[in-house]
Design a protein around this ligand. Structure first.
Ligand SMILES: [Zn+2]
Length: 71
């Protein structure tokens, strides 16, 4: 079971996997075409990440000197 949001009905529905019309693997994650109980086709995305979700390492000003590694 999964929760979908239908923009034509303007509401969310809980549907079973039988409502999935097709599923596709894209470079940005899985995408499913799902029918709402009223028969409208919706597009559901799974596992999509945004730039804001991506952790960014803290900038560092300390760079070890190459000569200290050679000793
Ligand atoms: Zn609908």
């Amino acid at each position: 079971m999964l929760t979908i949001h239908c923009h034509r009905c303007s509401r969310s529905h809980v549907v079973g996997t039988r409502s999935i019309v097709s599923m596709h693997h894209t470079s940005e994650g899985p995408v499913a075409y799902v029918r709402c109980p009223e028969g409208h086709l919706t597009i559901e995305t799974f596992g999509h990440r945004t730039v804001e979700d991506t952790p960014t390492p803290e900038p560092t000003t300390e760079i070890p000197a190459a000569t200290s590694l050679a000793a």
